[in-house]
Design a protein. Structure first.
Length: 228
């Protein structure tokens, strides 16, 4: 299943990239937008601060209200918690309690559509609200090092997940603000909903650290204009 998932991701990304490269003006097409930003994934099971991701995005805006975009996102490591049964190393009995573990890196690919609330002369608008909807495919590189609240190593049931795939949809809204014709900033919020695919669907004795979650994002934008 994992090999199949990786193969599908490669094929989808390669297909999208090839279709874009067939256009001679891929990098300089009028209205193309490049973004570099960060995302906070607000997992309900987070321990401490929300996991931070770095992402790259490209789209074609021009004067279109409806357009398409693609994102590549890399999530950094963080901590998470959940409740499980484990053998208390001091008491020597099985207890139900809080488990703290290390959430691994994750990589996500998104492809979707956005609707921008623009007028006819979109190039000169400073403030542009938008709505977005995308297909999200993620690969979670797994969790490790489960401990109890005192920091003792334990073997919880359910155990923490190993590498796993996540398939879902992401919807969101936000606003872009352009300081100049070419440079701007975008801030948004959304919700990523999906299912974890690990050994088919995850078995009942595995706790998957990468779950459906709300998110916040902010990015810098650069827009291409050929006639400048």
């Amino acid at each position: 299943m994992k090999k199949l998932f990786v193969s599908v991701c490669i094929m989808l990304f390669s297909s999208a990239a090839f279709s874009q490269y067939k256009k001679a003006s891929f990098f300089t097409k009028d209205g193309r937008v490049y973004e570099l930003g960060v995302v906070n994934s607000l997992f309900a099971n987070k321990q401490g601060s929300a996991p931070l991701s770095i992402y790259y995005s490209n789209s074609i805006e021009a004067d279109k209200k409806l357009s398409y975009y693609s994102d590549l996102e890399f999530m950094l490591k963080s901590k998470f918690t959940y409740t499980a049964v484990y053998r208390d190393p001091v008491l020597g009995t099985d207890v139900t309690g809080k488990v703290i573990a290390d959430r691994g890196n994750a990589f996500a690919v998104k492809y979707g559509a956005q609707y921008r609330f623009v007028k006819a002369d979109a190039e000169n608008e400073k403030l542009v609200p938008y709505l977005r909807l995308a297909l999200a495919i993620a690969y979670d590189f797994g969790a490790k090092n489960p401990v109890d609240e005192k920091g003792n190593s334990i073997y919880p049931d359910p155990e923490v997940n190993s590498t796993a795939a996540f398939l879902g949809l992401e919807g969101g809204a936000g606003v872009s603000y352009y300081f100049t014709k070419k440079f701007g900033i975008r801030a948004g919020a959304g919700y990523r909903y999906g299912v974890t695919l690990a050994n088919g669907f995850a078995s009942s004795n595995v706790y998957n650290s990468y779950k459906s979650h709300p998110l916040l994002s902010i990015s810098l934008k650069y827009k291409v204009f050929n006639n400048d």
